[in-house]
Ligand binder design. Structure first.
Ligand SMILES: [Fe+2]
Ligand SMILES: [Fe+2]
Length: 270
């Protein structure tokens, strides 16, 4: 990639950030961000602000695939184009909610890590492997819990409903990536190598930007206290066409082996 199009973060070369309005302060790592573990008004606005930028970033990754890979199969390009529409709607909905809660664009720092990693890859299969099949699948796991968090901790039904609607769309973004990764690898084994390279690059980038133990963010909160994680969302991963074998491997990676061996399907039907 043209060096003009890249940036170096903690030794890792990645794609340079996409354009943002001057009101935004763009960060590279979690310790350069602002985030609180509580549900105060400012914490609620920051959560929505961050999510809004993540939706924009996802739209940009899909749109950049259309621009960079004009020869990709038409049906895959259509999926990516539909995804851009979905993500744009998600970002607009979150921006509306941010303003209703008294927030504004640029109120908190943003980071475009998912863009910087995904869009650095030089194949469409690499990009959908990382963006849709990894980042968005991880979001799908979180979204099984986040809307209820808004209901129970903030009593904010309106934001929870918006997030439920967004979560429903995300399943299709993961599903089409799964379908196309399997199809392209079936057609040409060299695509499997691109998938492996993409995953290795993602692992290296995540290790590079991981905060040092004990790091705090710009408001003195431990980064560990605001890092979100969630168990594997077996039901939605099945809807998104992860195979039972793939789900079993993920559960093993997350130390949930007791759910493995035949229980994944059962879990998914609940
Ligand atoms: Fe989205
Ligand atoms: Fe999405």
């Amino acid at each position: 990639m043209d060096p003009m199009e890249t940036k170096v973060v903690r030794g890792m070369t990645m794609r340079k950030d996409p354009a943002r309005e001057a009101c935004f302060k763009v960060a590279d790592t979690d310790d350069q961000m602002i985030s609180w573990p509580d549900w105060s008004e400012q914490s609620r606005r920051e959560r929505i602000h961050r999510h809004m930028n993540n939706e924009i970033t996802t739209a940009e990754v899909a749109a950049q695939c259309l621009a960079d890979f004009p020869d990709a199969p038409w049906e895959l390009r259509m999926e990516l184009a539909r995804q851009v529409w979905d993500e744009s709607r998600h970002a607009a909905g979150l921006y509306r909610r941010l303003k209703e809660l008294g927030g504004r664009k640029g109120e908190y720092p943003i980071a475009n890590f998912e863009w910087a990693v995904s869009s650095y890859l030089d194949s469409v299969i690499g990009r959908i492997t990382v963006m849709n099949r990894t980042f968005e699948a991880g979001t799908m796991d979180l979204m099984a819990y986040i809307p209820d968090g808004w209901r129970q901790n903030a009593g904010d039904m309106e934001t929870a409903e918006l997030l439920d609607a967004i979560a429903a769309d995300e399943i299709q973004h993961v599903r089409f990536a799964n379908q196309w990764v399997h199809k392209l690898c079936g057609e040409n084994k060299r695509n499997l190598l691109k998938v492996v390279q993409a995953v290795k690059f993602l692992d290296a980038a995540q290790r590079a930007i991981a905060p040092a133990p004990g790091s705090t963010n710009l408001v003195g909160v431990s980064v560990d206290d605001v890092t979100q994680s969630a168990p594997i969302n077996v039901a939605d991963r099945q809807l998104a066409d992860f195979t039972d074998d793939e789900i079993s491997i993920l559960l093993k990676q997350h130390d949930l082996e007791n759910l493995v061996t035949g229980q994944a399907a059962e879990q998914g039907s609940q």
